[in-house]
Design a protein around this ligand. Structure first.
Ligand code: CA
Ligand code: CA
Ligand code: CA
Ligand code: CA
Ligand code: CU
Length: 405
């Protein structure tokens, strides 16, 4: 771990004073919207008319993430509020709990999402009064008010809660969400997360049984099972520029023009942390809260199909990724099936180049693959680093086990 700067220590001490003052605010009236599903209509087609409304309550605040070489970096981020936390305890219990990536949200097509966002403030930067927002990148919104773009939509002030509303009918696919306030800064600081919508075709048992073994689900409503999979994993490609994060906690000018990530990761972790199945990042700076809950190791049996939901949410880098020795078929781009009425546009490739803000759905068919451990990694060699460590970075493992027979 790197030593804190004097200003960082000052900010840390201020935190204590600030935190001690919070109980006086504990009665803050926090409004979380969550209507009941009483319409009698089974909107997602799963047979239950009363489970089509999904409610989530997340906070936006700050925290500290631990890089694969042990370096602790100051972050902004989202975190889900457990149902056991009563509204008047959200501020007392849910500060300095930012996670990278933020809470993963998975919906069934047809469901409606009420996503309540509470801004709990950046307790380690009490001089800041930044607002936050949720921008669900790529979704056709129910109204521009839910877009999270500060120029056209409300953003959430410290102490406030805003209910974002989304409908998902006809919108299956792989997306991501992020804060759109001071967007380069807040995304670089870690306000990035997975969100994806499972297709209505997942309710089609006959099509599932067309797989051998039967498919667990499909990437899209493809009509013929061609995007069926047995194992799926969401992979978020991004990185941190450590100088930016260190300048931030030191309350110094932020080096926007020189922004250049030096810690590259998948789901918030560089290799080999990326294959650790446990939640990580419980540093003293982060009050021992686990800041990086999500691994990116993938395991399948020979003969199964793997769906990778990949997106690049970096503020500084394009990435080229490959799964050496494994065939990749691109079946979706930017939350759209790569097919139209007259043409199948799927393609086989050994590498995928993906820019910031793009998403891709990749199917790996392991039928003709020998059991063993394969590597999924960026071919940008200077991104296979954990800061000063020359090995690590944007890499994970795909383990193919012998067919269970
Ligand atoms: Ca339902
Ligand atoms: Ca309903
Ligand atoms: Ca700012
Ligand atoms: Ca680089
Ligand atoms: Cu923000």
């Amino acid at each position: 771990m790197k030593p804190r700067s004097a200003l960082g220590i000052a900010a840390f001490l201020l935190t204590g004073i600030f935190a001690a003052a919070w109980p006086a605010q504990a009665q803050l009236n926090l409004m979380v919207q969550c209507p009941e599903d009483t319409d009698g209509v089974d909107a997602d087609g799963d047979g239950n008319p009363a489970n089509d409304i999904v409610c989530k309550h997340i906070t936006a605040g700050d925290g500290f993430a631990t890089m694969a070489d042990g370096t602790v970096l100051y972050t902004f981020g989202f975190s889900e509020v457990p149902e056991t936390v009563p509204p008047d305890q959200v501020f007392a219990q849910r500060q300095v709990v930012a996670e990278v990536p933020g809470p993963t949200i998975v919906l069934r097509e047809g469901q409606e999402l009420y996503l309540n966002l509470t801004n709990v403030g950046m307790i380690n930067r009490p001089d800041l009064f930044d607002t936050h927002s949720v921008h669900w990148h790529g979704i056709p919104n129910s109204g521009s008010i839910f877009d999270g773009l500060p120029e056209s939509a409300p953003t959430v002030r410290i102490g406030a809660t805003f209910p974002y509303y989304y409908s998902t009918q006809g919108k299956e696919g792989t997306y991501f969400y992020h804060c759109h306030v001071e967007v380069v800064e807040h995304m670089q600081m870690g306000m990035i997360a997975h969100i994806y919508v499972l297709p209505r075709q997942d309710q089609n048992t006959a099509l599932k049984n067309s797989g051998d073994p039967p498919f667990v689900g499909f990437a899209y409503n493809d009509g013929d099972g061609s995007t069926g999979y047995h194992v799926s994993k969401a992979l978020q490609l991004a990185g941190f520029d450590s100088r930016f994060h260190q300048q931030h906690i030191a309350i110094q000018n932020l080096p926007f023009a020189e922004l250049d990530d030096d810690y590259h990761f998948i789901n918030g972790r560089g290799y080999p942390d990326s294959i650790n199945p446990n939640p990580l990042g419980a540093s003293p700076e982060n009050n021992y809260h686990l800041s990086q809950p999500m691994d990116s190791r993938i395991q399948a049996n020979q003969g199964e199909r793997i769906l990778l939901r990949i997106h690049n949410i970096s503020t500084t880098h394009l990435f080229t990724v490959r799964a050496l020795g494994l065939p990749m078929r691109i079946v979706g781009l930017d939350a759209k099936l790569l097919r139209n009425a007259s043409r199948d546009l799927f393609y086989e490739t050994s590498s995928l180049t993906i820019g910031g803000g793009q998403a891709a759905d990749v199917i790996i068919d392991t039928s003709d693959v020998s059991p063993g451990t394969y590597f999924f990694y960026t071919t940008n060699l200077d991104d296979l680093i954990n800061g000063p460590e020359e090995r690590g970075g944007m890499m994970t493992e795909i383990v193919i086990c012998p067919a269970s027979g």
